[in-house]
Design a binder for this molecule. Structure first.
Ligand SMILES: Nc1ncnc2c1ncn2[C@@H]1O[C@H](COP(=O)(O)OP(=O)(O)OP(=O)(O)O)[C@@H](O)[C@H]1O
Ligand SMILES: [Mg+2]
Length: 419
C-alpha cells in the first residue's frame, strides 16, 4: 500500500515501512536539529521536511519519564596533514591539524577544547593558549588520531553544541548526539581499523557538560572525490584530471564521468611532495642568501606565500618581514619551486604525464591548499602547459576548500533534493 507525503510543496510516495519511520516525533526532532544554516540536515533524507498526511496514532509519554533526545550531527571530515577541513550539518570550517594533550582543565570559550576519559585536548588554533604534548597531523597522526580530530571538529561548532546542551530535558543527564560520519581518506587499506576506532567514539565533556555520542554510520570517501564531483557539475567533462597539492602530498587522479556515475581511473599520490617540502626548500634558499632570514620560521614563509601577488610589471611580490624590514623573497620562491620538481623523480614523472594529457586536449583541474598560493599556482600552470597551445588547465575556485565543500553535490545526489 502506498501513501502520499507532502514535502516542501512537492509530493512524494512512500511505502508503509517508510511511513512507520516517519513517526511525527521523529520528524519533529529532525526538523529541530536542522536549522536554516544546515543544508545537509535538510537533504540527508527525504523525510526531513516531510509532513505526514497519514500516520500512526501518537503515543503520549509523560514528560518526566522522557530521556534527552539525541541531535543529529552529519559530519564530513578531511583530516589532512596540514589542515582539518570539516562540514557539520552543511556548515564548513577548517583549522590547523595540531592538537595538545594535557592534564587539567581546558580553556573555556575556545574552539576545539574537550575532555575525554582522564585526558583533556585542545585541537586547532587554541593550542597556543596551553601547555601540553603537541601532536601534529603531518607526523602520521592524521589517521591514528582520527577519533580526536572528529571530536575536535565537532567542538568547533559552538552553536550546534549549545543547542544540544540547552535542549536537554534532563539537565543532570548527558546531552546526546547521533553522529553520521563521512570521512575523506586516501589510505583505503586502513578502512576497517578506522571504522573500528571511529565507532568507539562515545563520551566526552565540553564546557562542563557531558556528551554521549552514538556513531550511527561511518562512510569513507576517496580524497579528491568532492572536487571531482564539483567538476562534473560545473564543467561536465567525460574524462578529466585533478591535481591536489596538499600539505604533505601532491596527487594526480584521472576520472571518468558518464553523466551518471563517476569513476576513478587512476590515482598517483606522491607523498612528501606537498607544501611542506616547498616551504622547506624556500627556507634553505633563504639561509643561502645573506638576508638574515635564518631566524624566519616556516610559518613566516607560509604567511608570506599567502600574501603573494603579481605586480603591475608582471613580476611577483612575496613580502616577508625580516629584521624590521619588508623584503621580497619571490626569487627564492621561484628557485625553490624548480628544485622541488627537479629533485623529485616521482613528481617530475607525474608532471610529464599530466603535460602529455594536456597535449592530447584533455582537461586538468587543480585543487588543494597549495593552489591557493598565487605564485605557486601560476608557476605550476606555466610549467605544465609550456609549449602546449590552448592547454586546458585551470585552478578550481577556493582550491583550499573544494575537496570538502564539493561533497555538497553528493548530498544532492543521495538526498534527491537541492540544497
Ligand atoms: N587560504 C590559503 N591561502 C594560501 N595558502 C593556503 C591557504 N590555505 C591553505 N594553504 C596552503 O595549503 C597547505 C595545506 O593545504 P591542504 O589543506 O590542501 O593540505 P592537507 O589536506 O592538510 O594535506 P594532505 O592533503 O597532504 O594531507 C598549507 O600548508 C598552506 O601552505
Ligand atoms: Mg588534503
Amino acid at each position: 500500500m502506498d501513501i502520499t507525503i507532502a514535502t516542501n510543496g512537492k509530493s512524494n510516495t512512500a511505502s508503509v515501512s517508510d511511513a512507520i519511520l516517519l513517526e511525527p516525533s521523529a520528524t519533529k526532532e529532525k526538523n529541530s536539529s536542522s536549522g536554516s544554516d544546515t543544508p545537509l540536515g535538510d537533504v540527508s533524507a527525504s523525510v526531513v521536511d516531510a509532513e505526514v498526511v497519514e500516520s500512526k496514532p501518537k503515543i503520549k509519554r509523560s514528560r518526566s519519564g522522557a530521556n534527552n533526545k539525541a541531535k543529529n550531527f552529519y559530519l564530513d571530515i578531511d583530516a589532512g596533514a596540514k589542515r582539518v577541513k570539516c562540514r557539520l550539518n552543511g556548515k564548513y570550517k577548517s583549522f590547523p591539524s595540531e592538537m595538545k594533550e594535557m592534564k587539567g582543565d581546558v580553556p573555556l570559550r575556545n574552539d576545539g577544547c574537550f575532555s575525554c576519559g582522564k585526558k583533556s585536548y585542545v585541537v586547532g588554533r587554541a593550542i597556543d593558549r596551553v601547555n601540553g604534548e603537541l601532536i601534529v597531523g603531518s607526523q602520521n597522526k592524521k589517521l591514528s588520531h582520527l577519533n580526536l580530530w572528529v571530536l575536535g571538529a565537532i567542538t568547533h561548532y559552538r552553536k550546534q553544541m549549545k543547542d544540544c546542551t540547552s535542549s536537554r530535558r534532563r539537565k543532570s543527564q548527558p546531552a546526546k548526539i547521533n553522529l553520521y560520519l563521512r570521512v575523506v581518506t586516501l589510505s583505503s587499506p586502513q578502512r576497517k581499523e578506522l571504522d573500528k576506532m571511529l565507532k568507539q567514539i562515545s563520551n566526552f565533556t565540553w564546557e562542563d557538560t557531558d556528551f554521549e555520542v552514538t556513531v550511527k554510520s561511518c562512510e569513507f570517501i576517496d580524497e579528491g572525490e568532492g572536487a571531482a564531483v564539483a567538476i562534473t557539475r560545473l564543467y561536465g567533462n567525460e574524462i578529466f584530471h585533478l591535481i591536489d597539492l596538499g600539505g604533505g602530498t601532491c596527487s594526480h587522479s584521472t576520472y571518468e564521468w558518464d553523466g551518471d556515475e563517476l569513476s576513478t581511473v587512476a590515482k598517483t599520490p606522491v607523498s612528501g611532495a606537498g607544501m611542506t617540502s616547498i616551504i622547506n626548500k624556500i627556507f634553505k634558499a633563504l639561509t643561502r642568501t645573506d638576508r638574515g632570514a635564518i631566524q624566519a620560521e616556516n610559518s613566516d614563509i607560509q604567511e608570506a606565500l599567502e600574501l603573494s601577488r603579481k605586480k603591475e610589471d608582471d613580476s611577483w611580490e612575496v613580502p616577508m618581514r625580516i629584521n624590521g624590514e619588508m623584503q621580497n623573497i619571490s626569487s627564492e620562491v621561484l628557485g625553490a619551486l624548480s628544485e622541488w620538481v627537479g629533485n623529485n623523480y616521482a613528481l617530475l614523472k607525474q608532471f610529464d604525464y599530466i603535460s602529455q594529457k594536456l597535449s592530447r586536449g584533455e582537461s586538468v583541474y587543480c585543487s588543494g591548499g597549495g593552489f591557493a598560493v598565487k605564485i605557486i599556482a601560476d608557476w605550476i600552470l606555466k610549467y605544465l602547459s609550456a609549449d602546449i597551445p590552448g592547454a586546458k588547465i585551470q585552478v578550481l575556485d577556493e582550491p583550499q576548500h573544494v575537496n570538502l565543500t564539493g561533497l555538497k553535490w553528493l548530498d544532492i545526489v543521495e538526498g534527491g533534493q537541492d540544497v
